[in-house]
Design a protein around this ligand. Structure first.
Ligand SMILES: [Zn+2]
Length: 461
């Protein structure tokens, strides 16, 4: 039995982590509860939507949809919090790690590797075990439930077959390729810090920069540049409109693309991304009005989406983000957050106390970094990252208002407003949000707030 070096530190650390998990859980559940309450008090369509094309029947459906998604999210957050708490209190990571060590030791004679080391196999086995349990068992069930809700309300344009295909693809990435990558990463980390012991901090920072810092953005860039789901706008009226708008505000037309998403949760969206010389303005296919009547399976999304002038107004909003350099701040934030997460991970996995907290008794063994990486992410980094997101969302909500104003100044005020009304209806967005709910959960102001701001801006122009 391993005796922790410093019981008090271990206890402080353990209860610190547990408090963070439960504060997060409490904030999410309380905000959802407040929003459900706010919805119950709103008996009729808000005044701002009176006299617009908003259908009262969408209001009832929005209430039902919000009720289902908020209840689902509550359940998911509580289950996740309880599972993580159990993992900490039962030393779950340590148990999985022991199991992995014993299993790999057992099958080692049959594996093609040098007798002295079990590094790669142990790493791959442990990471695969963790991600299979985490991603494909614990997270898969809520994924299915969410798909059912989204399908029921007609948001998913993907068939079950397409969804299964993408599920298998993601599984291969997460359960096979990701463990191989992580093992290689922790192996390199171990080698390098041994090699230059006194300069390990410099080495770690440099590795962090090359492996981690550029990584998330690069993945997005590579996907956007190569995916078959990302296609240029088809020739026609919409393309002509958007091209002439792009010309008017000096935006390169050949950077505008449509994304054909197969994701279960496929709400209309558009975004602009700029990284070095690479630039894309992406329009989700679901943003554009669905006119194809040939397929009976797609009856439920007939007439959903925006008309060509409305899509143009949304693009004007996106070009606002482009001209006000919001994309630059978005990418910078993502990079900084990744760097901070990386440094935090590196700082945590140096301390024996941390291993005692997660129930690892093999600290000092050269493979201890492997469970350290997972535990750091699961118990600490994901929460600091959520907290940073929460702070950044304050800036994001501000940029949304700025981008709306930009579109209004280009003369799209009324069309943008009608686009928002259509989006509110199509997506069963409940038009009113509780203020605390918005602060905790949203990167955009509520629809009503945006409409009020657009109207104010139109009057002052
Ligand atoms: Zn925006």
């Amino acid at each position: 039995m391993h005796i922790p070096e410093n019981d008090l530190m271990v206890q402080i650390f353990t209860y610190g982590i547990l408090s963070v998990i439960w504060i997060h859980l409490g904030a999410i559940v309380w905000s959802n509860y407040k929003n459900l309450n706010k919805m119950e008090q709103q008996h009729h369509v808000p005044d701002e939507l009176q006299g617009t094309s908003y259908h009262p029947e969408a209001f009832g459906l929005a209430r039902l949809y919000a009720y289902q998604t908020l209840t689902f999210r509550n359940k998911k957050t509580i289950v996740e919090g309880v599972i993580l708490t159990c993992v900490i209190l039962t030393n779950g990571i340590g148990v999985l790690w022991d199991y992995s060590e014993r299993t790999v030791a057992l099958i080692k004679p049959y594996l093609p590797l040098k007798k002295s080391t079990s590094w790669p196999w142990l790493g791959i086995f442990f990471f695969t075990l963790c991600y299979t349990i985490l991603e494909r068992v614990i997270l898969y069930l809520p994924e299915l439930e969410e798909f059912e809700i989204e399908k029921y309300f007609g948001f998913s344009r993907a068939s079950r077959k397409k969804l299964t295909k993408s599920f298998i693809k993601v599984s291969i990435l997460k359960v096979i390729l990701w463990p191989v990558y992580l093992t290689a990463f922790s192996w390199g980390l171990q080698k390098l810090s041994k090699l230059i012991e006194d300069k390990s901090w410099t080495v770690l920072s440099l590795m962090g920069f090359s492996y981690w810092l550029l990584f998330p953005t690069l993945i997005v860039v590579v996907i956007l540049a190569n995916s078959k789901q990302v296609q240029p706008l088809p020739e026609g009226g919409l393309k002509t409109r958007i091209d002439s708008l792009a010309d008017k505000v000096n935006f390169p037309k050949d950077c505008i693309f449509v994304l054909h998403s197969t994701k279960a949760k496929n709400h209309p969206n558009a975004f602009h991304l700029k990284f070095l010389n690479f630039q894309r303005l992406i329009i989700f296919e679901s943003l554009i009005e669905f006119k194809d009547t040939s397929n009976p399976e797609t009856l439920h999304i007939q007439g959903k989406g925006l008309s060509d002038p409305q899509v143009e107004a949304v693009i004007a909003h996106e070009l606002g983000h482009y001209h006000l350099s919001h994309g630059f701040w978005g990418v910078t934030y993502l990079q900084l957050k990744t760097l901070l997460s990386y440094l935090l991970t590196m700082w945590l996995i140096q301390y024996s106390v941390f291993y005692n907290v997660i129930g690892i008794s093999t600290y000092g063994n050269n493979s201890y970094l492997i469970p350290g990486l997972i535990a750091a992410d699961l118990f600490v980094v994901q929460y600091t990252s959520k907290f940073l997101d929460f702070l950044f969302a304050i800036f994001q909500r501000y940029t949304e208002t700025q981008a709306d104003k930009y579109a209004v100044r280009l003369g799209y005020g009324h069309t943008l407003e009608s686009a928002l009304v259509k989006l509110t209806m199509d997506n069963y967005i409940f038009p009113v949000d509780d203020a605390f709910y918005t602060v905790i959960n949203c990167t955009h102001p509520s629809m009503i707030t945006r409409m009020r701001n657009i109207r104010k801006c139109m009057i002052s122009n």
